[in-house]
Design a protein around this ligand. Structure first.
Ligand code: FES
Length: 161
């Protein structure tokens, strides 16, 4: 008998984990970005199709957990037809609320999804003039994604020793 205690996932998280929306690599994205570490498995890539600074399509691939898949599914649904500015302003907390809440040890799964989205939006503006609403400094979600990548890389090096 397993001694693992199931996490208290909301019905919405379970539903989107079982039937994620927008799952899969986009063949012709305008931009895409990844957050997380492939070495450790927690990794997500967000693909965006952008027309006139509006997201007309979004998809993702995830090597994260159920919460990460559900968060990415929700995020990609929410950003469709939004301007880049409005998409930027979606926080991991809002994703969590839309999912009916995430267990606290799974907050980072939503943070990682938003981190990847914001990287993709920054990538879009890489060679363009930056709009006023795009912060010069990394946002909380981007910093967290960076921190997690460092930690995951560290663990992956330790595992190889
Ligand atoms: Fe790492 Fe969910 S993405 S535990």
């Amino acid at each position: 008998m397993s001694s693992r205690i199931p996490l208290p996932y909301s019905p919405k998280v379970i539903e989107l984990f079982r039937n994620p929306k927008n799952l899969g690599k986009m063949e012709d994205p305008t931009v895409y970005a990844t957050a997380g570490s492939p070495a450790c498995g927690d990794m997500i890539t967000i693909y965006l199709k952008i027309v006139d600074e509006r997201i007309v399509d979004a998809s993702f691939i995830s090597y994260g957990c159920a919460a990460n898949i559900a968060a990415a599914s929700m995020l990609t649904e929410m950003v469709k037809n939004l301007t880049l500015k409005d998409a930027w302003n979606i926080s991991w907390k809002r994703i969590s609320d839309e999912l009916g809440g995430l267990p606290s040890i799974k907050f980072h799964c939503g943070v990682l999804a938003v981190g990847a989205l914001r990287r993709a939006i920054r990538e879009y503006f890489k060679d363009k003039s930056k709009p006023d609403w795009l912060p010069k400094n990394l946002s909380f979600e981007e910093k967290q994604a960076l921190e997690e990548e460092k930690i995951l890389e560290m663990f992956s090096r330790v595992r190889k020793i």
